[in-house]
Design a protein around this ligand. Structure first.
Ligand code: AMP
Length: 522
C-alpha cells in the first residue's frame, strides 16, 4: 500500500506530515519551509502558484492573490457574514449558480474547493518529492466546528487534487492524537485551537489508549485575521488623522497595511514594542505621505480585548458539556499560531486556572496528528481507539416552526438514530423533511442542510401514518438522512453532502481542469 499523507489544510498556513520509521514527520516544502502559506496567486498569463511565492505577489497583485479560502469553503454567498467578510477582501467573491461563494480572478470563477485543491496539490507534491513515489491518499483535518457542507467541500478539494481522502478528522482531535502519541498516561486534555480564521475548543479524555472527545465548542468566525483587522483599522484611522487621507478603498495600500498589521501582531508576541513603517502609502498635493508609528504590546492588547473576551463563552460551554470541573483538567494543549500571543495565553490561564502545556509546536501538531491517523489506517501505527463527536445537534423541522433534534450535539460518531413522526392533515400524501443543524428550539433559527419529500404516503387520518426518519453520521462527520413510511415501506433519502457544494458535473470539470494544468506544468 502507498503512503497516506496527513494534511493540516489551514486558513493561513498548511502543513503535511507522514509516518516515517513509526514516527510522525513534518515534510519541508520545495522552499525548505515546514509550513506553506495557504495562498494561491494567479498571473495574467493564467499561471498559478501556491505558497510563499503567492504570498510575495500579494502586495503587488492583491486582486489576483487568493488567501483565507477556508473561510469561504462550504458557504453560501447569500449570508450577511460572508458578504460582510467578502467586502474586506481585495479579491472578488461572487455568487455561483448553486448559491455558493466562489472567487473570481481574471474573469474566471473558481470554487473554494478548486482553490483549496491547488494548496493540497502542493502538499501532495511535497510528499512525492520526499518519497520519490506517487501519493494518492490523504487524511485531511478540518475545524471541529466545520459543518457538513464544509466537510464535504474539503473532501471534494482532495478529489480535485487527485487524492482519495481516506478520512476527514477534526483538528483538535488530531492535536490530541499527537499529544497522546507521546504521553501515555490517562488525562483530561483541553485542546485550545486559535488559528487564522477559526477558534475551536475540545475536551478530550485519554484513557488506556482510548481517545474520547467529550465535548467541543468554538467560533467559526474568530481567528488571527480578526486580530489583524483590529490593528489594520487602527492604522487606517491613524493615517487618516495624520494626513486626512482615507486609504480604505485602495487595495494596494490595504494589502500593505494588512501585512504590516499581522507582522506587528506577531512581533509583539515576543517584544513589548514594535515600529510600523510604511513609506509612500498615499500621495496628496503635498507629495508622498508615509505612515510611521510605534505600537506597544499593551496598545495591541487594548485593540483586541473584545476579541479575546469572545474566547470565554465557548470554553465554559465545552467544560459544562463535558461534565467535568476545571480542577479535573490535567493539561491544556495550545494549537494554532494565535496561541503564541501572550494575551491569549494569559486568558487561557485565567479561564482554566492553570498554565497551558508548552513543548508542542502549535503550527505542526495538527499535521502530525493527521499523519498518526494515516498511520493507523495504513497499519504503520498501532490502532488507538478514537471516539469523536458531532459538535451540533441535527434534526428536522416540525409543525409550528419547531426544531425536533434527532442526534443531539456531543454524540459520539459514527452514529445512527431514528425517530418516528406523523402527518398533521387527513389524507396527507406527502411530507417535506427539512434537515437542520443547530441548537435553537425555533427551526428557522438553525442552519438548513437540505430538504426532501417523502411521497405516496398511504391515505389515513392525521396523526395515523408512522414516518420513520433516520439520521446517520459517518466517521468523516458527513450526514445521511432518510425517511420511511412504515405502512408502505416507501423510502426517500439524501446524503446531505449532495445538496450543497459542487454538483458531480462541476466536480468532474474541476478534476479535468486540475489534470490539464498538471500536464501543462509537468
Ligand atoms: P494557523 O491558522 O494555525 O496557521 O494560525 C495562523 C495565525 O496565527 C495567523 O493569524 C498568524 O498571524 C498568527 N500567528 C502566527 N505566529 C504568531 C505569533 N508569533 N504571534 C501572534 N500570532 C501569530
Amino acid at each position: 500500500m502507498g503512503k497516506i499523507i496527513g494534511v493540516d489544510l489551514g486558513t493561513t498556513n498548511s502543513c503535511v506530515a507522514v509516518i516515517d520509521g513509526g514516527d510522525p514527520l513534518v515534510l519541508p516544502n520545495s522552499e525548505g519551509a515546514r509550513t506553506t502559506p495557504s495562498m494561491v496567486g494567479f498571473t495574467d498569463e493564467n499561471e498559478k502558484f501556491v505558497g510563499q511565492q503567492a504570498k510575495r505577489q500579494a502586495m503587488i497583485n492583491p486582486e489576483e492573490t487568493i488567501y483565507d479560502i477556508k473561510r469561504l469553503i462550504g458557504h453560501k454567498y447569500n449570508s450577511d457574514q460572508v458578504r460582510r467578510y467578502a467586502e474586506t477582501l481585495p479579491f472578488t467573491v461572487v455568487e455561483a449558480t448553486n448559491g455558493d461563494a466562489w472567487v473570481e480572478v481574471g474573469g474566471q470563477s473558481f470554487s473554494p474547493q478548486e482553490i483549496s485543491s491547488l494548496i493540497l496539490r502542493k502538499m501532495k507534491q511535497t510528499a512525492e518529492d520526499y518519497f520519490g513515489e506517487e501519493i494518492t491518499e490523504a487524511v485531511i483535518t478540518v475545524p471541529a466546528y466545520f459543518n457538513d457542507a464544509q466537510r464535504s467541500a474539503t473532501k471534494d478539494a482532495g478529489k480535485i487534487a487527485g487524492l482519495t481522502v481516506r478520512r476527514i478528522i477534526n483538528e483538535p482531535t488530531a492535536a490530541a492524537l499527537a499529544y497522546g502519541f507521546e504521553h501515555t498516561d490517562d488525562a483530561n486534555l483541553v485542546v485550545f485551537d486559535l488559528g487564522g480564521g477559526t477558534f475551536d475548543i475540545s475536551i478530550v479524555q485519554l484513557r488506556g489508549g482510548v481517545f474520547e472527545v467529550a465535548s467541543t465548542a468554538g467560533d467559526n468566525h474568530l481567528g488571527g485575521e480578526d486580530f489583524d483587522r483590529a490593528v489594520l483599522d487602527f492604522l487606517l484611522a491613524r493615517f487618516e488623522d495624520e494626513t486626512g487621507i482615507d486609504v480604505g478603498e485602495d487595495n494596494m495600500a490595504l494589502q500593505r497595511l494588512k501585512e504590516a498589521a499581522e507582522n506587528a501582531k506577531c512581533e509583539l508576541s515576543t517584544s513589548s514594542e514594535t515600529n510600523i513603517n510604511l513609506p509612500f502609502l498615499a500621495v496628496d498635493d503635498s507629495g508622498p505621505r508615509h505612515l510611521s508609528l510605534d505600537l506597544s504590546r499593551s496598545q495591541l492588547n487594548d485593540l483586541v480585548y473584545e476579541l479575546v473576551e469572545r474566547l470565554d463563552a465557548p470554553c465554559n460551554q465545552a467544560i459544562e458539556d463535558a461534565g467535568i470541573a476545571k480542577s479535573d483538567i490535567d493539561d491544556i494543549l495550545l494549537v494554532g499560531g494565535m496561541t503564541r500571543m501572550p494575551l491569549v495565553q494569559e486568558r487561557v490561564e485565567e479561564i482554566f486556572g492553570r498554565k497551558p502545556h508548552k513543548g508542542v509546536n502549535p503550527d505542526e501538531v495538527v499535521a502530525k496528528g493527521a499523519a498518526i491517523q494515516s498511520g493507523i489506517l495504513g497499519g504503520e501505527v498501532q490502532e488507538v481507539i478514537l471516539l469523536d463527536i458531532t459538535p451540533f445537534s441535527l434534526g428536522i423541522r416540525v409543525t409550528g416552526d419547531r426544531f425536533s433534534p434527532i442526534i443531539s450535539k456531543n454524540t459520539p460518531v459514527p452514529t445512527l438514530e431514528t425517530k418516528v413522526f406523523t402527518t398533521t392533515e387527513d389524507n396527507q400524501d406527502l411530507v417535506t423533511v427539512t434537515v437542520l443543524q443547530g441548537e435553537d428550539e425555533i427551526a428557522s433559527n438553525n442552519k438548513l442542510l437540505g430538504m426532501f419529500n417523502l411521497t405516496n404516503i398511504s391515505p389515513a387520518p392525521a396523526g395515523k401514518p408512522r414516518i420513520e426518519v433516520t439520521f446517520e453520521i459517518d466517521t468523516d462527520g458527513i450526514v445521511d438522512v432518510s425517511a420511511k413510511d412504515l405502512t408502505t415501506d416507501a423510502t426517500q433519502s439524501i446524503t446531505v453532502e449532495g445538496h450543497s457544494g459542487l454538483s458531480n458535473e462541476e466536480l468532474q470539470r474541476a478534476i479535468k481542469r486540475s489534470q490539464e494544468s498538471e500536464m501543462a506544468t509537468a
